[in-house]
Design a protein around this ligand. Structure first.
Ligand SMILES: Cc1ncc(C[n+]2csc(CCOP(=O)(O)OP(=O)(O)O)c2C)c(N)n1
Ligand code: SF4
Ligand SMILES: [Mg+2]
Length: 301
């Protein structure tokens, strides 16, 4: 067992993740066995491993159980309106390109009401790191079918089974232009942290999908057990397929879960393209605007 894990177990007060959490907001709202907190743990480990400058990091969430992440992390974080995390994050990035901007939100928030923003941010290659917690439905509002719900799954809006085809999110964002695409489950905590660290360093639109259990709504309605059963299911069904064609990684109710890094490529991001175009058109008349400097310094402690 790695030393850091042992330290966590014998000395909870010394848990290295705690420094990134707003302890005054505890207890959190997440149900027992929910996977969202597990993803936050991996995220905190990625912050440590990558040694990223926290003063230059911003985290943006939309609305949903996953959207609550913004309220629990001790970072410059923003809990925005439903579906609008990406446009909010885009504004932050363009106003201050020095920032590392993370979007942390749910599958519904990002691919349903926010679906248009998702594909266009990928197309424009806005330098955002998107972490999509995919629990395969709209959890916060009672477990409705989302664009990610696999066929035959039972939800509150499809009590006799879902029949509409689901989005394959890695395929969608790759086709739209993302430069980094990975998928893990909440069973793959270390691989997930590594992908997050990689995405922090990657320039351009990065997308990490985390398949995560919602025992209260998805697991229960589909008779898939509790949080522990979900871990066993992920362990049994997951297959690491780095570099797999994203067209082949769609999810089904009980079939294989392809995980790994699917896409890692480079192309100019939005700001590079803008500068190149304006320089070509305007020559010396093009003067780059200095980044907007913050008017006040926030002490989150
Ligand atoms: C404009 C608007 N429409 C609908 C809602 C209701 N609503 C809140 S969260 C949510 C779905 C969240 O699903 P997802 O993003 O998958 O997050 P989860 O709760 O599953 O983590 C919806 C429809 C809202 N808050 N605002
Ligand atoms: S309803 Fe589901 S996603 Fe929301 S906190 Fe509970 S287990 Fe997690
Ligand atoms: Mg969801």
């Amino acid at each position: 067992m790695p030393e850091s894990v042992i330290t966590d177990l014998v000395n909870p007060a010394g848990n290295p993740v705690e420094q990134f959490l707003r302890s005054d907001r505890m207890p959190h709202i997440w149900c027992p066995g929910c996977g969202i907190g597990t993803t936050v743990n991996s995220f905190a480990r990625a912050l440590i491993e990558s040694k990223i400058d926290l003063q230059s990091l911003a985290l943006v969430s939309g609305i949903g159980c996953t959207g609550r992440v913004a309220g629990y992390v001790k970072l410059d974080s923003f809990h925005t309106t439903h579906g609008r995390a990406i446009p909010f994050a885009t504004g932050l990035k363009l106003a201050n390109p020095k920032l590392t901007v993370v979007v942390y939100s749910g599958d519904g928030d990002l691919s349903a009401i926010g679906g248009n923003h998702l594909i266009h941010a990928a197309r424009r290659n806005i330098d955002l790191k998107v972490i999509c917690v995919n629990n395969l439905l709209y959890a916060m509002t009672g477990g409705q079918t989302a664009p990610t719900t696999p066929g035959h799954a039972t939800t509150s809006t499809n009590p006799y089974g879902t029949f509409e085809p689901a989005f394959n999110l890695p395929h969608l964002v790759e086709a739209a232009g993302a430069v980094y695409v990975a998928r893990w489950t909440t069973f793959h905590v270390r691989q997930l942290a590594r992908s997050m660290s990689e995405a922090f360093k990657k320039k351009g639109f990065s997308f990490i999908e985390v398949i995560s259990p919602c025992p209260t709504l998805y697991q229960r309605r589909n008779k898939m057990g509790d949080g522990l059963d979900a871990m066993k299911f992920y362990k049994e069904k997951s297959k690491v397929k780095n570099g797999a064609p994203t067209s082949e990684v769609g999810l089904t109710l009980t079939g294989e879960i392809a995980v790994g890094k699917f896409v890692d490529r480079d192309r100019p991001d939005y700001l590079d393209l803008m500068k190149a175009q304006y320089t070509e058109s305007l020559g010396a008349r093009y003067v780059e605007q200095p980044p907007v400097e913050p008017e006040m310094v926030c002490d989150c402690s």
